[in-house]
Design a binder for this molecule. Sequence first.
Ligand SMILES: Cc1ncc(COP(=O)(O)O)c(C=O)c1O
Length: 433
Amino acid sequence: MTSTAPRELRGRRQLHDASWDTIRDLFALDRSFTHLNTGTVGALPYEVLDVNDRVTREWTGGLMNVYPPGMYTGHRETLARAFGVDQDEMVICHNATEGVARVINGLDLRAGDEVLTTTHECYSVLSNFNLVRNRHGITLKTITPPTGWDVRAEEIVELFEREITPRTKVLAFSGITLFTGTMMPIRALCELAQRHGLTTVVDGALLPGMLDCDFRAFGADFISCSGSKFQCGPLGTGILYIRNKVFPEHNPLPLPTIWPVVSTWYPMAGEPPPRTTTSVESCNIGDYFQSAGSASIARGAALAAAAELWDEIGRARIERRIFDLADHARAALVEAFGRDNIYSPGGDDRLRSPLIAFHPFRRPEDAWNVKKFMAFVDRLEHEHRIWIRWTEFDVPGSTHQHYAARVCTHLFNDHDEIDRAVSIMRDLGREMS
Ligand SMILES: Cc1ncc(COP(=O)(O)O)c(C=O)c1O
């Protein structure tokens, strides 16, 4: 596909102060469509499409040795810089699911060890821990996070703390939960884990491209992210951070053992070099994960191009934009449906994210009527060209799983389309009630 981005943007030196309307034109996004579902997949910038296409053509049919570029050394550097870490701690993989599966299956867990996580994790996390439970006899403990406007960060941390036992080895949680869009108190949970000597696995699928964040400062051991959601890289890209040095101000614990279960770098005989105990790397753990046979050279390059575009626009500016639009959407949803019908936290700004889950119907019992939610989402798409999704999750004290409608805002949305979408959702919710 060739670029159809406006010519004046191709030089894009001015992106750090370009208007949001101008920036929207960078995306291969039909203006007649309202995309409020970046939590599932973002929209591709034209130049990311171009890089994907160009790099594919460059090597297809050539005699080039495809293995060295598949290590993505430079692209990993670009991504590492964007998230405050180093190339040896960064892996470009296929998606958040693959990254977290390789981590979970590579943890040094034995029968009797406990993993503490939540029922609000993605299937990619829960199914892999269940596999490890069936295979190695670990115990998997899940807590159900509270939902609703008034949830506070301390409640969540206390809930985890109450369930830690002498057998707990791992704390696993999302950076932002996919079902209710709760921004988990990542640093506080990592500090809790550190106090108890635990390894932390963060499902960060939704973080890159949304938050201007420093992975190391979270204090986690592993953060597995999607490249195709808020970061707007191609589908089939993921960003995996593996802590590979000890910075006591961030996480003083020794590096946890991790077995690179999919690797063509792990030695065929003998041991890899020992991991460091200091802030200087002793082995490039990223290479052990990155080297896994032939790879899509184009997708790695395109993901790095998306990251560079974000750096040019400015990650702090993008974060402010996304959260400003989310606050606008949250206020409009409260007005349309009432605060009691919002599942996502709203009162504690540490927990607010741009993903907002809500109940759009009059009758509370419709919260377990999946057919209604499917029809709601379907009608928004087909009758109004508004793209959202529904989610399902446990609610403390409820015998039913609840379904909710979920919207999320990204830099390419604007206030007017959010107002229009919420007003259509309000009318449709009433009509279907
Ligand atoms: C929190 C969370 N984790 C994991 C995933 C899976 O992401 P991927 O498709 O990149 O594997 C999703 C997808 O929506 C998600 O929202």
